[in-house]
Design a protein around this ligand. Structure first.
Ligand SMILES: Nc1ncnc2c1ncn2[C@@H]1O[C@H](COP(=O)(O)OP(=O)(O)OP(=O)(O)O)[C@@H](O)[C@H]1O
Ligand SMILES: [Mg+2]
Length: 252
């Protein structure tokens, strides 16, 4: 049985259809990629899966049981956590103080040992005394990931964790996602425009376009799908404009 399933999800906002008949499942310890052009509905799907948006059609199940009516807090308690595309990190607190505040705020309260573990996990030890306002993008993402880890997740929904990062920085996000799934059995549903990350870490990728899933399968197949290239990249197969990115996919 899949860990997380959603079936036939539909969503309307402001009188417009945003999601239509979206179904997917994620197994325990699996990393699934979610790609698609800007405005395709990826973040909106996370709003539905995380329980932030409850006014939708269709069902969301965790371990085969509907969590359709549960709010975000209850879903977090069951091990379903998410990140935000633009995380808000208070600027004046240091990294250490932020983690301490998170520890105090979360129920059940994580142990100090768990905080230490999370800091080591994302490799943020050297920045503990640094104000969060002065963090580089990668370090900010790591802090966000550390906060998510304090919740003891079974599945993590990550919204573009690699956006704005350089190639070697993306490797660090790759490492964290890999370790989560391979060493700790945590499932990850990963929204990402950086196809090199999806190609490295996800065995299966779904592509959303105008609120519908238009392709799914291994990244090397999906990124070559003509429908995907038209919708996502808006370039015909013959243009060659994507050769660099697709080489990365082919090499994985
Ligand atoms: N609260 C809202 N009210 C009305 N329309 C909304 C609302 N939130 C999102 N939308 C619309 O829903 C569509 C999907 O947006 P969403 O943010 O889910 O896309 P996305 O795939 O995450 O895009 P991106 O890659 O740019 O992050 C967009 O057309 C957006 O304008
Ligand atoms: Mg988005």
């Amino acid at each position: 049985m899949a860990l997380l399933t959603c079936s036939d999800i539909s969503l309307e906002l402001g009188g417009r259809g945003i999601l239509e008949s979206v179904s997917l499942d994620v197994d325990a310890a699996e990393v699934v990629g979610l790609a698609g052009p800007n405005g395709a509905g990826k973040t909106s799907l996370f709003e539905v899966l995380s329980g932030r948006q409850l006014r939708h059609g269709g069902d969301v199940l965790l371990d085969g049981t509907s969590i359709r009516t549960l709010d975000m807090r209850r879903r977090v308690e069951r091990g379903l956590v998410r990140s935000y595309q633009r995380p808000i990190v208070p600027g004046s607190l240091t990294v250490g103080e932020t983690l301490k505040a998170a520890r105090k705020a979360y129920q059940p309260q994580p142990s100090r040992l768990k905080v230490e573990w999370a800091v080591e996990f994302v490799r943020l030890r050297a920045q503990m005394e640094q104000p969060t306002g002065s963090l580089e993008t990668l370090e900010r993402r790591k802090l966000m990931l550390a906060c998510l880890l304090l919740r003891d997740p079974r599945i993590v929904l990550l919204d573009e964790p690699a956006s704005g990062l350089t190639g070697s920085e993306i490797d660090e996000i790759d490492l964290v996602v890999r370790k989560l799934s391979q060493e700790y059995g945590v499932a990850v549903l990963l929204i990402e425009h950086r196809l090199e990350l999806l190609a490295m870490v996800a065995k299966r990728v779904l592509v959303l376009d105008v609120g519908r899933i238009i392709a799914s399968g291994p990244p090397e197949t999906v990124f070559l799908d003509e429908k995907v290239r038209q919708a996502y990249f808006d370039v015909p197969l013959s243009s060659g404009a994507l050769d660099d990115r697709l080489t990365v996919v082919g090499d994985s």
